[in-house]
Write a protein that binds this ligand. Structure first.
Ligand code: DON
Length: 309
């Protein structure tokens, strides 16, 4: 991406304009009631270069929950607290064609760390004397990656999700029954849902991705936050499993390792170049932001960010 800043800005503005054709397409999820209380047509986009350049557009003040993007944080901590060999003895590394909250991809392992079953399992591996300490570690990791001081758990989202978490509860108890973890399933689930409820603005999300694009080094602090071997695992799992049952087609269309959440956010990582983050709440049937996916495809082409071409 050998472009000057003015040209990058101009290309992003045109891409955002062209992505307006997706406005109004898709639905917000109803299974977390609090997520219905958002303006469906909110929109924000941010690109952060590994050089530290930041390009921000749209509703950049809005704070939204990470939802499944928190699966990146739980995977990083679980890999640090155990080992890749141990983690992948309990969680698979392959994509699944089933939806993110399906019980079917649980055999002797949960299919991968980026479906609910996999992330509930990685949550069980996070060390700490109690859930408060474990959650503080997850939030602390997000704070150092995003450099977003204002981040905290969104109580409204947490309360709403924990009250309606029957499917995830079933998954947690099923994982325990299969011997995939042996902690109290309600406590593991509580930690997982707290992580999903972490709030960010668009720049914080892009900054988090930029650390992964920057081999684990903080963008402003230039300090190591995530070890390089963990970055390599996380980014490759984003490529293969980050967009749920749409991961293969998405990778072919967009060519950027990405992770989505049902709040309507997507974060993408272009190693050693930049990260991209988008927030647009309307989702398609696979739980991915419609306008977000559309915009990433346009920007990938227009800025030459596809990692395969
Ligand atoms: O556990 C859940 O269902 C949500 N907290 C997160 C799911 C999610 O974000 C899937 N995303 N596309």
């Amino acid at each position: 991406m050998l472009l000057n800043k003015e040209l990058i800005d101009e290309k992003i503005r045109i891409a955002i304009e062209n992505s307006k054709k997706y406005i109004g397409k898709g639905e917000v999820p109803s299974y977390i009631p609090e997520l219905l209380n958002v303006d469906r047509d909110n929109f924000a986009f941010c690109l952060v270069g590994t050089t530290g350049d930041i390009f921000t557009y749209g509703d950049d003040e809005i704070v939204f929950s990470l939802q499944s993007i928190s699966k990146i944080l739980t995977l990083i901590l679980a890999l640090s607290d155990t080992t890749p060999a141990y983690l992948y003895s309990k969680v698979g590394s392959e994509p699944t064609s089933y939806e993110f909250n399906s019980l079917i991809p649980i055999g002797d392992k949960a299919a991968n760390p980026f479906i609910n079953a996999g992330a509930i399992t990685t949550s069980s591996m996070i060390l700490g004397s109690d859930n408060e300490e474990k959650f503080d570690r997850i939030l602390g990791l997000f704070r150092s990656m995003s450099e977003f001081e204002g981040t905290k758990m969104d109580e409204g989202i947490y309360t709403s999700e924990i009250a309606t978490a029957d499917r995830n509860k079933a998954i947690a108890y099923y994982l325990k029954s299969k011997g995939i973890f042996d902690q109290n399933p309600d406590e593991v689930l509580d930690l997982y849902i707290k992580a999903c409820s972490i709030g960010t603005n668009i720049e914080g999300l892009a900054m988090m991705g930029a650390v992964l694009a920057n081999k684990g080094i903080g963008i402003k602090t230039r300090e190591m936050i995530v070890p390089e071997n963990i970055v390599q695992i996380v980014v490759s799992q984003m490529a293969s499993c980050g967009m749920y049952e749409n991961s293969g087609a998405y990778l072919m269309n967009v060519g950027i390792p990405s992770k989505s959440g049902v709040s309507g956010a997507i974060v993408g990582v272009v190693p050693e170049v930049c990260s991209l983050a988008v927030y647009s709440p309307r989702l398609d049937k696979t739980g991915n932001s419609v306008r977000g996916k559309g915009l990433f495809k346009i920007i990938s082409q227009d800025l030459g960010l596809n990692i395969f071409v």
